[in-house]
Unconditional design. Sequence first.
Length: 118
Amino acid sequence: MDNRTLSALFTKESLLSLQGAAAATLLVPNVLTYLIGGSFRPYEKWVALGVAVLISLLITRKVPGKGWSKWIVGLLNGLVIFWSAVGMTEMFGYAARQSLSEAGQVSGKLPFFHSWYP
């Protein structure tokens, strides 16, 4: 398999970027909601927050130093990742709502991209 093909997927290095971490934070709760259904909807934002903070703290663990300040910065970075994912889900969710309303489709099933804050 060509290495260029593999680099198009998530890698450990891509998760180190804000874009990669925010994309993973966006995808995990949306996929879980798609698989489980609407009953998972109240937990989406909390799962996203957990994923964002987990990714950030895993990255922080690799930073040299033993001070507590690196963990505070790591937590704040987790909130920035979460904030980015919320922005993406609101933007994509708005676009999905607009396209469904223009097409005159009203469905009980959530689109893949939807707001986490109904």
